[in-house]
Write a protein that binds this ligand. Structure first.
Ligand code: DLL
Length: 443
């Protein structure tokens, strides 16, 4: 535990400790309600008819498995807002997350959804130390990404003070941290390490900052990384998880016992399944998580396949919360990369390259974390006819590729132009991505 701060277990909402029987009864009631609510959403209308299910046929919680699953591809097919279950006039806000194409997947919220979301974030923040008298430095992007606004309104709901530092400009962030002396830090775990490094470069000891604890999420990280961050910044680090399609941050988070993230089961039904058969796996075994959002109004989602691999633990927790705990996310079943908190699919890089004439369809994406920040390098073969020893034309090509990748994937990549025929050819499935972070145990 932190040298600076005595963590006591506080509960924000009595719903977090309701008995398992009460919880299951509430889930069943809410499941019936949400199935009725989405009955006129075209995708569900068709899928429910095909599966022969409706609200009346949901008699027990096991019946959730009779409902169709929803995937990111389904959301994309109904771009931009085909999953709306309310009129446009009911929407209070839209967020989004990157998809496999240049267009994001949008998610919409009513005023009531935003209220629910703020409470869900408040709950895990309080579970991990937040008190009304604290100040929280939020270094998540404020924009379509759900991290910034989600955590912002969660902190506000608790009644604590916020420094909405947002993302980027690390030197300025360090000034804010030094001068405003916040108690807590909110960002991605990799950004916390970056902050510590830049601090040291400026001759400031990151351990001397006022921070007592931090809430990290938005990307995978390991237990080793937790220890490293805690040592470098002298704070206690909590993990929280969520995804835009389900609501954003606030799906689950750690309590002071830090033995897994409590899923907020009064609002979400979780299943952990074998990704190939969709059959449930026993507790403690790894599988793909599937979430049903029970209370959302604008865009309820039924059995959303997260592609995130984790396991579930239903043993009682000393904190008293009854929500099942999920382990860290240990991997994904698709090829989505999370780079500095942003979701990137290799197909986006391919799409960007295809837009630039002169590049061959041979490329390799390398992801690394040489210091504290993720680095994305794209090695691109030049077509023989384009290859030239004229610096100017090569530089121009390089610039165009960097620009296209930024425009499609929203990320600054290092681009290396390589000579024709230099990238290894595969005989089976092309290896497009080498993630050095995995070999190093960083993710
Ligand atoms: O990353 C929501 C979020 C923001 C959660 C801030 C927590 C804090 P998306 O951009 O839609 O939403 O990305 C969702 O990020 O499916 C996971 O693969 C990954 N992810 C999120 N939190 C964690 C975590 C937000 N704590 C995708 N550990 C998810 C591992 C995480 N992976």
């Amino acid at each position: 535990m932190s040298e600076k701060f005595a963590f006591e277990n506080r509960i924000f909402d009595a719903a977090e400790t309701m008995s398992v029987d009460e919880l299951r009864a509430l889930q069943l009631e809410r499941l019936r309600e949400v199935v009725a609510r989405v009955a006129e959403v075209p995708f569900y209308k068709t899928a429910f008819a095909a599966a022969g299910v409706d609200a009346d046929s949901i008699r027990s919680l096991d019946d959730v498995r009779r409902l169709p699953v929803t995937t990111k591809a389904d959301l994309r097919e109904h771009y931009p807002l085909g999953f709306l279950a309310v009129g446009r006039d009911q929407i209070a806000r839209v967020h989004g997350s990157s998809g496999t194409t240049g267009k994001p997947t949008f998610v919409a919220y009513t005023g009531e959804d935003l209220d629910t979301w703020a409470s869900l974030c408040a709950r895990f923040l309080v579970a991990g130390g937040l008190r009304p008298e604290h100040t929280v430095h939020i270094a998540f992007g404020y924009g379509l990404f759900t991290g910034g606004f989600g955590l912002h309104y969660g902190v506000e709901r608790v009644g604590a003070a916020i420094v909405p530092a947002a993302a980027g400009n690390t030197a300025r962030q360090i000034m804010l941290l030094q001068d405003l002396e916040p108690d807590a830090l909110v960002c991605t775990p990799s950004y916390a390490l970056n902050l510590a490094e830049v601090c040291r470069d400026q001759g400031i000891d990151p351990r001397s900052l006022s921070l007592q604890y931090a809430h990290f999420g938005g990307e995978p990280w390991t237990e080793d990384m937790r220890l490293q961050i805690e040592k470098e910044l002298n704070l206690l680090a909590f993990n929280n998880y969520g995804l835009s399609e389900v609501i954003g941050p606030g799906v689950s988070g750690e309590c002071v016992a830090r033995n897994g993230m409590h899923i907020q089961e009064d609002h979400f039904i979780v299943e952990c399944v074998d990704p190939d058969t969709l059959q449930p796996v026993p507790d403690g075994e790894r599988g793909e998580l599937i979430f049903t959002a029970l209370t959302k109004q604008a865009m309820p989602i039924i059995r959303y396949r997260t592609r995130d691999i984790a396991s579930l633990d239903r043993s009682p927790c000393p904190c008293g919360r009854t929500g099942v705990r999920m382990s860290r996310v240990v991997g994904r079943t698709d090829d989505m990369l999370i780079i500095r908190g942003a979701n990137i699919f290799p197909s986006q890089i391919e799409e960007a390259l295809l837009r630039v004439e002169g590049t061959a369809p041979h490329y390799l994406i390398e992801v690394d974390r040489p210091g504290t920040l993720d680095q994305l390098t794209v090695k691109v073969e030049i077509r023989p006819e384009e290859f030239s020893d004229k610096m100017a034309s090569m530089q121009d090509l390089h610039k165009r590729i960097v620009r296209e990748i930024y425009s499609v994937a929203g990320i600054r990549a290092e681009v290396e132009l390589v000579e024709p025929q230099t990238l290894e050819r595969s005989i089976g499935k092309a290896v497009r991505v080498i993630d050095h972070r995995r070999e190093k145990g960083q993710i």
